[in-house]
Design a protein around this ligand. Structure first.
Ligand SMILES: CCCCCCCCCCCCC[C@H](O)CC(=O)SCCNC(=O)CCNC(=O)[C@H](O)C(C)(C)COP(=O)(O)OP(=O)(O)OC[C@H]1O[C@@H](n2cnc3c(N)ncnc32)[C@H](O)[C@@H]1OP(=O)(O)O
Length: 254
């Protein structure tokens, strides 16, 4: 994890295995987000990227799965879900910057981020069934929320890979870019826009959005009402309203 101004960059760096997720890699991702939480006041956004130029993440480490017991499999999924929960609990927006393969646990890692930006060279899929597995890092939970249950079922049952056009059309990818440089510049531009806003309000909005995901309408509405009420107790809300009425730029908390 590196810091570039108020942007944290988490790089998955196992290019020889197309950045496949081992337990060690997952624990390192968890540690990176723990450090980001400790430095929350100075970080306005997080980019998650894959090293090597061919893959974001090509999935869980298949070599590491050989000979694993059901209990070991279950524990690895629990580890994955702990990491996903840590990412969703991050105070700042987390952008999955995909350049290349995002497959299996790689797509699931991207789905635990707030949204996905990707290059034209990227491809996405949940090929677990081709290994006699199923998604175990949130794919059956988060993919239906993003692309809809029917398209999620089609992708998970077929294990097929989709390219950038279909990924954008399905809503899986929010913005596409010609290449990695444009992707990272675009992601930084988005974080710069976020950084103009109240950090308290952005964190409040993320907490409400993540907390309401998958809930019933009544439960989600109650969570939003709670978050909206909390905003009225913040200095940033008082400053934001005052700045508008006084026709000046707000000076939000850091
Ligand atoms: C008890 C288990 C402990 C171990 C896991 C711990 C972490 C658990 C994480 C939480 C649970 C995750 C649950 C998840 O839903 C399950 C999965 O993700 S299953 C895996 C899904 N992914 C795939 O099936 C993709 C596999 N890869 C490919 O299909 C191809 O590599 C490719 C991406 C289409 C690219 O093909 P090529 O261009 O031909 O390149 P190569 O195939 O030659 O690959 C280059 C090199 O990388 C190695 N590699 C690629 N993918 C993986 C991988 N997922 N795991 C390990 N290694 C991988 C490949 O073997 C080559 O290595 P080399 O042969 O050169 O040494």
């Amino acid at each position: 994890m590196t810091l570039d101004g108020d942007v944290a960059i988490v790089t998955i760096d196992r290019p020889k295995a197309l950045n496949a997720l081992s337990s060690t890699v997952l624990e390192a991702i968890d540690d990176a987000f723990a450090r980001i939480a400790d430095a929350a006041a100075s970080i306005r956004g997080v980019l998650v990227v894959g090293a090597g130029g061919r893959a974001f993440v090509a999935g869980a480490d298949i070599a590491g799965m050989a000979g694993a017991t059901p209990e070991e499999g279950r524990r690895s999924a629990e580890l994955g879900h702990r990491v996903a929960a840590r990412i969703e609990a991050c105070h700042a927006p987390v952008i999955a910057c995909v350049d290349g393969f995002a497959l299996g646990g790689g797509l699931e890692l991207a789905l635990s981020c707030d949204f996905i930006y990707a290059t034209d060279a990227s491809s996405f899929g949940q090929p677990e069934v081709r290994l006699g597995l199923i998604p175990g890092f949130g794919g059956t939970v988060r993919l239906p929320r993003v692309v809809g249950p029917a398209r999620a079922k089609e992708l998970i049952y077929s294990g097929r890979r989709i390219g950038i056009e279909e990924a954008v059309a399905s809503g899986l990818v929010v913005r596409r870019f010609a290449d990695r440089d444009a992707l990272l510049a675009g992601a930084r531009e988005t974080i710069a826009q976020v950084a103009q806003n109240s950090p308290v309000a952005v964190a409040n909005a993320k907490r409400v959005l993540v907390g309401a995901a998958g809930r019933s309408t009544d439960e989600a509405v109650a969570i939003e009402i709670g978050g909206f009420g909390e905003a009225f107790g913040t200095d940033d809300m008082r400053e934001g309203v005052a700045a508008f009425l006084e026709k000046r730029s707000p000076g939000f908390s850091r």
